[in-house]
Design a protein around this ligand. Structure first.
Ligand code: LLP
Length: 393
């Protein structure tokens, strides 16, 4: 991304969508890479700030921000607040007035594009809970919010934001959205004399499930978007806005491996269950989106899959008390025994960050590995952690 986006195109930024995976060391890593952070909650903001992440490189998203979240965002000096509801404007103003400052904001628009992905991770459609419908006319939500912001002494409206959906493999939906948004920029200039100085394209770039598959190149998305931005802005005589991307999964998914221990193997007629010491509590993505993963045995990652007399279906399942607690259906893996370790490839995104302690399972540890050296980044939860704050009354 640095080479193909930041260095190739002037006036660009990358904001890592921290919801995909955030720990304090991760924030540090992102800081050292020269990127910024997108946060969506008090917890994400606090985690980043507590790691000393520079506030001006943080952007606060979220469709239901609390006053407390906006207060911390304004007071800590975050670079942008991405407004998702007209009511937020007054709250941001209130806290900015108290601080006697002008808060930089963007307005999130719903581009009216139904992304080709799982319906739970498609966000750009017109009736989405996210963003302002992008209609520009007197009385429309977007027009009124822009007029209001332009008049405000405490709001500095820099531009617009959109995010079309997640886990996308081609740029079609991004391009469709961008085409519409450039039209909106044109209308805003003509009707309100509003200049879009910044445009945030959101994230959504897909990740593959296996290191032997070619990764999606981020320029598959950024090249056509940047070319379109330049050509259309020229065509409509618009200033070329700063372009910002907000990738989460693309940055972290393929960098993450989850290690499980096989507890037991149950061989039934035509079906084999390989049960491991984790499951939907640390990775709910199969249960939620039927997400696909590949796993290998740690002791021999290159071993061919064991063929259990043809038609046998092999499932890698977790230890939660649910039949839907599946990590992989139709797994292709070598013959395993209880005690073996397996590695679930490309599971860095939306796993640890979406983990729960269902069945009072302890959250796993997180380890960073580089050049054969490992560092414990998050400790495995202790039993004490499991009952922390749980008062016996
Ligand atoms: N920006 C905004 C405003 C977002 O809502 C999201 C993701 C991103 C950026 C980053 O999207 P990414 O580049 O990671 O696709 N839990 C789901 C994914 C939910 C994504 C939510 N928003 C999953 O496990 O697939």
């Amino acid at each position: 991304m640095r080479e193909t986006f930041l260095e190739r195109w002037k006036n660009t930024r990358v904001r890592y969508a921290s919801k995909a995976f955030l720990t304090r060391s991760m924030a540090k890593l992102i800081e050292n890479e020269g990127l910024g952070l997108d946060v969506v909650s008090l917890g994400e903001l606090y985690t980043a700030l507590s790691a000393g992440f520079p506030a001006e490189r943080i952007e606060m998203n979220g469709n239901a921000k609390s006053h407390e979240e906006i207060e911390l965002a304004v007071n800590s000096g975050v670079g942008r607040i991405i407004v998702d509801h007209p009511d937020e404007l007054k709250v941001i103003e209130k806290f900015s007035r108290e601080k006697n400052k002008k808060q930089k904001i963007l307005i999130r628009v719903a581009p009216g594009v139904d992304a080709h992905t799982h319906k739970y991770i498609s966000t750009g459609q017109t009736d989405s809970k996210f963003g302002f419908p992008f209609e520009v006319r007197d009385g429309s939500m977007l027009t009124e919010a822009i007029k209001y912001s332009m008049k405000s002494e405490y709001l500095d409206l820099k531009g617009l934001h959109f995010h079309v959906g997640s886990q996308l493999f081609d740029p079609e939906d991004h391009i469709k959205s961008l085409e519409k948004i450039i039209e909106v920029m044109k209308d805003l200039k003509t009707n309100l004399n509003f200049i879009t100085h910044e445009l945030n394209f959101g994230g959504g770039f897909g990740a593959v499930k296996n290191p032997s598959m070619p990764s999606v190149k981020s320029e598959t998305f950024t090249e056509p978007m940047m070319k379109l931005l330049h050509s259309d802005c020229e065509k409509y005589e618009l200033e070329i806005p700063r372009a910002v991307i907000e990738p989460g999964r693309w940055i972290i998914s393929e960098a993450g491996i989850t290690i499980y221990r096989v507890e037991n193997i149950k061989e039934l007629p035509k079906i084999t269950y390989i049960a491991v010491n984790g499951g939907m509590a640390d990775n709910p993505r199969f249960a939620l989106y039927q997400a696909e993963y590949d796993a290998v045995a740690v002791k021999n990652p290159d071993a061919p899959a064991y063929d259990r007399d043809g038609g046998t279906r092999v499932l890698i399942v977790g230890k939660c008390c649910e039949s839907g607690d599946i990590l992989i259906d139709n797994a292709k893996i070598m013959k395993l025994e209880a005690g073996d370790l397996i590695a679930l490839y490309n599971s860095g995104a939306y796993t640890f960050s979406m983990s729960s302690t269902y069945n009072k399972l302890q959250r796993p540890a997180v380890v960073f590995v580089e050049n054969g050296e490992s560092k414990l980044v998050v400790e495995r939860q202790s039993l004490e952690d499991i009952i922390r704050g749980d008062n016996l009354v």
